[in-house]
Design a protein around this ligand. Structure first.
Ligand code: ZN
Length: 230
């Protein structure tokens, strides 16, 4: 039976967010008690207001987020193909907070996961950060990041799109963000703040994580899901 595996983090007021990002604010906009007065026969509804960074929770970057050139596509201009397709997940959880993940670590991550990485894949990179620190302030700072060699590894392996279970594929102690710079140079995007990646390490699956159609958006929250066939 095909199985849908949720790879998304929960969205709630008070959730820790990446340094400098807008905090998540959610409020009751209309309650059942209020709206019941507008109807006869018992109907009512409730709705909420939400203030969210467009790089909030589990999200995907638009190229325009990391590339200042005016021709860099915004989220609504990017092909849906980028956000959907076959993929797998490697395991680099041997690298702890503030460590640099190298090309050798990527090779080891493939071996450990016994993953079959194919050209054109959406590659998920399990660091264990969301498992270890998810929902705590440590989550926004205590994670490893890809160095230039690991970023180039993604290009050399023909990866279409990738994703991490951390706030960023770049090391929080880095001042140069080599992975985002690689994405700028190659027009490649990525998912951040994925969750539950351990459940898909080494598996082949169809990944989907579609952004909302924000006009000129720099990114968008997504519901990230892996469809596993076996
Ligand atoms: Zn990013």
């Amino acid at each position: 039976m095909p199985q849908l595996i949720d790879l998304s983090q929960e969205i709630y007021q008070g959730m820790p967010v990446y340094k400098g990002h807008l905090k998540t604010v959610i409020w009751e906009h209309a309650s059942h008690a209020e709206t019941a007065q507008n109807f006869e026969g018992g109907f009512s509804f409730q709705s909420r207001g939400v203030l969210l960074c467009d790089h909030g929770p589990t999200h995907v970057d638009a190229i325009s987020h990391l590339d200042p050139r005016p021709e860099a596509p915004t989220i609504d201009q990017m092909s849906l193909e980028v956000f959907y397709g076959p993929g797998t997940c490697i395991d680099v959880s041997h690298r702890g907070p503030h460590a640099y993940i190298t090309a050798l670590d990527m090779d080891r991550g493939v071996e450990v996961a016994r993953a079959n990485v194919q050209r054109g894949d959406i590659l998920l990179i399990y660091t264990g950060t969301a498992d270890r620190f998810g929902g705590t302030p440590e989550y926004t700072w205590e994670y490893p990041g890809l160095d230039e060699s690991a970023s180039n590894w993604l290009v050399e392996h023909g990866i279409k799109t990738f994703g991490v279970d951390t706030p960023s594929p770049d090391n929080p102690v880095s001042k140069t963000y080599p992975c985002h710079m690689m994405c700028r140079a190659h027009g490649m995007t990525h998912y951040e703040n994925l969750a539950n990646l351990r459940a898909v390490v080494g598996k082949r699956f169809t990944f989907m994580g579609f952004p909302l159609k924000f006009r000129a958006g720099t990114g968008s929250p997504v519901r990230a899901v892996a469809l596993v066939e076996d």
